[in-house]
Design a protein around this ligand. Structure first.
Ligand code: ZN
Length: 352
């Protein structure tokens, strides 16, 4: 059972004004449709005129399944054709976040995905993203840090190379390491060594778990990989032992409401377990995941939490602050982010 739904205000501008934190947003899921069309034109790609948008973005009448959702990422891999493209999509992802008043963004990216088509080297791709992110953050006045993602359905030796490159770039804005991909068919355990290496060198850890797979995957991520945050983790409620472990260790959950609906994890948005996760005392945050593919913004997701799930404003405020508290910033910067956000949250939330 959720909270009692609120009466919709119909005022998206009120939600846009709320200062935001996004801890879970994939660069490869944040592309603008116009940019894709532009790239296709510039590089002479033939794309179907009538249904191109449905190959790269979720539509209303589509099957809500993982395979369908993930097929968009495969199509998008065809577009990473030059360093300019990678710099451009990075800049635009950050500009789009800034435009909806995201104050702090942890943008994650998958070097293997960006490199594959043209055989770019992973370290070069990382440098393009880092450099563009740095410039865009300055230009659009938004604080951005980067998380490097590897997929569990891709070979461990790739992850071993990538973690070394990520460690070398720690002083340049890479703060975290992430495991994503198919958690139903592929275990996280082979990545234990990679994650230990990341942690040893000061990267902070997050793992996609308990999204399509069961609650046990969350425990595995915490105990064997040392995850401090869990991507999604909505299955945590299935197993009391896992729930207790997550609560005791103060694990933060990067919840992405619409994404969970579009991949078929939850049947309807209003059935999302977020309210119960909050009631169980878990440290919950609200994020977008793949705003380009899902055709959403964080503004929409905040509105959904408040209006569709009926989250009380006081709880909502704490959820936004949770994201600041769970950020992969050094403790003083984290604290200063919380202190900057709090008065602004008080000011903007009084109108809801
Ligand atoms: Zn994700």
């Amino acid at each position: 059972m959720g909270w009692y739904p609120r009466i919709p205000t119909g005022e998206l501008s009120l939600y846009r004004a709320i200062p935001k934190v996004d801890l879970h947003r994939h660069l490869e899921g944040s592309l603008r449709l116009e940019t894709l069309l532009d790239i296709a034109r510039q590089h002479g790609l033939t794309i179907p005129q009538t249904h191109f948008h449905s190959l790269v973005q979720m539509q209303q009448d589509e099957p809500l399944t993982f395979t369908n959702f993930l097929s968009k990422f495969q199509t998008l891999r065809m577009f990473y054709r030059s360093p300019e493209v990678i710099r451009r999509i990075t800049r635009e992802a950050i500009a789009d976040a800034a435009a909806e008043n995201v104050r702090y963004l942890e943008l994650r990216f998958t070097p293997v995905a960006l490199s594959r088509l043209q055989g770019f080297s992973y370290d070069e791709v990382m440098d393009w993203v880092i450099q563009s992110a740095e410039e865009a953050s300055r230009e659009y006045n938004i604080k951005t840090r980067l998380i490097v993602s590897v997929n569990r359905h891709e070979p461990v030796d790739l992850a071993e190379q990538i973690v070394e490159y990520a460690i070398q770039r720690r002083e340049r804005g890479i703060v975290g390491f992430d495991l994503a991909g198919n958690e139903v068919e592929f275990s996280a355990l082979p990545f234990e060594g990679v994650f230990r290496e990341a942690k040893k060198h000061g990267l902070q850890l997050t793992v996609h778990a308990g999204e399509w797979g069961g609650a046990e995957n969350i425990l595995e991520a915490i105990e064997f990989l040392g995850a401090e945050r869990i991507g999604h983790g909505v299955k945590v409620l299935q197993t009391p032992r896992v729930l207790q472990a997550a609560r005791e260790r103060g694990i933060a959950f990067e919840v992405c409401i619409t994404s969970n609906h579009q991949t078929g994890v939850v049947g309807a948005v209003r059935q999302h377990p977020l309210p119960q996760m909050v009631r169980e005392g878990l440290k919950v945050t609200i994020n977008t995941d793949d705003p380009g593919i899902s055709r959403i913004t964080l503004t929409d997701e905040y509105r959904v939490a408040l209006e569709e799930l009926g989250m009380p404003v006081a709880v909502f405020k704490d959820v936004v602050l949770n994201a600041a508290r769970a950020s992969f910033l050094p403790p003083e910067e984290r604290q200063s982010l919380v202190e900057t956000l709090e008065p602004e949250l008080n000011r903007t939330l009084q109108f809801l």
